[in-house]
Design a binder for this molecule. Structure first.
Ligand code: MLT
Length: 389
């Protein structure tokens, strides 16, 4: 057991203004991110979890153990009993400006949900968000996409099956859509304590804001194009390649780099190998949509772009990340509007963030909780002086 006064990290001036990159600032009980092996949830590699029922993995994040059959049945029944958004939330969504991004609708919807549903108890509100967020997201999809009125939840259905039911995606095969969304949901749940949306949610909660406000803040962070919104840009990038021919894809990648354009879906702040969440999604794609043209392009990019990026000295990680192929899978099963992809990321990530907020508010430091976040900033160029000088 490490001693309390063990030195974990030496901070120098060179670490200032680097976004806290690599600087230990807290503990995380839900997941860890190894630069080579990638993310594990409570010690289990995500590759061993993504085919479990989503509620079993949510239980793992909340209670730090995989549920027994009886525990899983009880947890699923508990979540089913919590389903149901106040009608006022749907009415509020209907008057939001269509110019807003779907993530702005999600953030607004979370605040409306909080105003009409919050209890102030971090565990109760977390479970209610897990149970009701699918209905919120499905309503956002249907209202904005013109698919008709929101579809009421079916209380007999479990989390993702109910989400597929409420989405009611026109011309989609519910089985294929459900398989992709179950994997997507589990793979995006959590990614250590320091990714921007998780850090933001915990920071806001450290001021004792409730789960809904803290999660809305975390979704504001996820909305950033360098964070969650990268997944919609990734599909648009794959679409722009327009071929799966290796030589032509290599030419496209080299030209893009020569023009200073970004190769979306590759690289990561922490990972130094292929993101296992990408590895898993490529395998899901080979099973679900092996002949989809965009998926074939993404597979060729996986092979070609790594080779090209590996030859660039300043590239610390030339490998695919979670976003590299996620959009091509969603597109292949009927969710073709990439503007909604970050909302799907947020639907999943809210669960992991809510679990980490519970840990920090109710379990950390012997139950006292983590104090309000208050890092130190070094004053720059402001010598002591008086207005009377
Ligand atoms: C995530 O899953 O949050 C992204 O990979 C970004 C990160 O881990 O910082």
């Amino acid at each position: 057991m490490a001693a309390e006064d063990d030195v974990l990290f030496t901070i120098t001036r060179a670490h200032l203004d680097t976004g806290l990159r690599g600087i230990p600032v807290g503990t995380c009980g839900t997941s860890a991110v190894d630069p080579i092996k990638g993310v594990s949830y409570v010690g289990y590699p995500v590759a061993e979890l993504y085919e479990l029922e989503p509620e079993a993995v949510v239980h793992l994040l909340f209670y730090k153990h995989l549920p027994s059959d009886d525990e899983l049945a009880a947890f699923k029944a508990d979540l089913r009993a919590r389903v149901g958004m106040p009608a006022a939330v749907v009415e509020a969504l209907k008057v939001l400006p269509k110019e807003g991004h779907p993530m702005e609708w999600l953030i607004s919807g979370l605040m409306y949900l909080g105003m009409t549903s919050k209890t102030g108890d971090y565990v109760e509100d977390a479970k209610n968000v897990v149970a009701r967020a699918p209905e919120l997201v499905a309503a956002i999809f249907r209202i904005r996409s013109g698919w008709g009125d929101p579809i009421a939840p079916d209380p007999s259905k479990n989390l993702i099956d109910n989400f597929v039911h409420m989405l009611g995606v026109p011309d989609a095969d519910p089985e294929r859509l459900g398989e992709v969304l179950r994997a997507f949901y589990v793979l995006h749940l959590d990614h250590g304590g320091g990714n921007l949306s998780t850090f933001t949610g915990k920071a806001v909660a450290s001021g004792l804001a409730d789960q809904y406000a803290s999660l809305a803040a975390s979704m504001c962070a996820l909305y950033g194009p360098l964070h969650g919104r990268a997944n919609q840009d990734c599909l648009n990038f794959v679409r722009s390649v327009g071929t799966d021919d290796e030589a032509e894809v290599e030419r496209f990648v080299r030209n893009a780099l020569a023009n200073g354009d970004k190769i979306y879906g590759f690289g990561h702040a922490v990972l130094r190998a292929e993101d296992p969440r990408a590895t898993i999604q490529y395998a899901v794609g080979e099973r679900i949509c092996p002949d989809d043209p965009l998926f074939r392009t993404a597979v060729t990019l996986r092979k070609v772009a790594v080779g090209v990026l590996s030859g660039i000295d300043k590239v610390s990680n030339p490998y695919p990340n979670v976003d590299a192929v996620s959009g091509t899978l969603l597109n292949a099963v009927g969710l073709t509007d990439s503007n909604f992809y970050t909302v799907l990321f947020g639907l999943s990530r809210m669960t992991g963030i809510a679990a980490q907020i519970i840990d920090e508010r109710e379990r950390a430091r012997g139950g006292k909780g983590v104090p309000i976040y208050r890092p130190k900033y070094i004053a720059q160029g402001q010598p002591p002086r008086s207005i009377r000088d």
